[in-house]
Design a protein around this ligand. Structure first.
Ligand code: CTP
Ligand code: ZN
Length: 153
């Protein structure tokens, strides 16, 4: 008896693999999957993985990710691999990478930060540490931990 859980291969689209167990929900919200009407999405939550013990896998059909989506995913799944599938073949495969500079998509946790005021100023952070993840605001110097980042993504 084959007891292995298999998620079907996709014909065209994007596979986000090696996501820490349970983090698929965060990835789905980054991709705003609830707003998608036509794309099929397959999700494996806490499936067995040789390397990670358990992992999540997200397969989105007929969709390719934008840079900002990949950057956001790097904060919830720093080890994730992204595979681009075309006609069942992987045409591109890469690891996500935490950006050294994070511009525009994380809200500074300091309510008094200029980037939170009604000014045309985008938030801007520098990556200070990868494990655990830590970033520092370029405007107010406030550091944000992994947990704070996930809440403000
Ligand atoms: N995949 C898919 N549909 C395809 C081809 C690949 O859904 N037509 C998925 C695979 O199921 C896997 C991911 O894309 O989750 C990467 O595929 P591949 O590199 O072939 O798998 P592995 O060698 O197992 O990858 P890794 O070593 O990165 O775990
Ligand atoms: Zn700030």
């Amino acid at each position: 008896m084959d007891t292995t859980l298999k998620i079907s291969k996709i014909k065209d689209g994007t596979v986000i693999d090696h996501v820490p167990g349970g983090m698929a929900f965060k990835v789905l919200s980054i991709l705003r999957v609830d707003d998608l009407h036509e794309n099929s999405v397959s999700i494996g939550i806490r499936v067995p993985s040789g390397k990670m013990g358990q992992k999540d896998v997200i397969k989105v059909e007929n969709r390719y990710l934008e840079r900002v989506e990949v950057d956001k995913i790097s904060f919830v799944a720093p080890e994730a691999t992204i595979s681009i599938v075309k006609n069942y073949n992987i045409t591109e495969k890469y690891r996500v990478e935490l950006p050294e500079k994070v511009i525009g998509f994380i809200r500074c946790i300091n309510p008094n930060c200029i980037s939170n005021a009604r000014e045309p100023v985008s938030s801007e952070f520098k990556l200070v540490s990868r494990a655990p993840i830590s970033i520092r605001c370029e405007y107010c110097e406030r550091s944000m931990s992994e947990r704070e980042i996930l809440q403000n993504l």
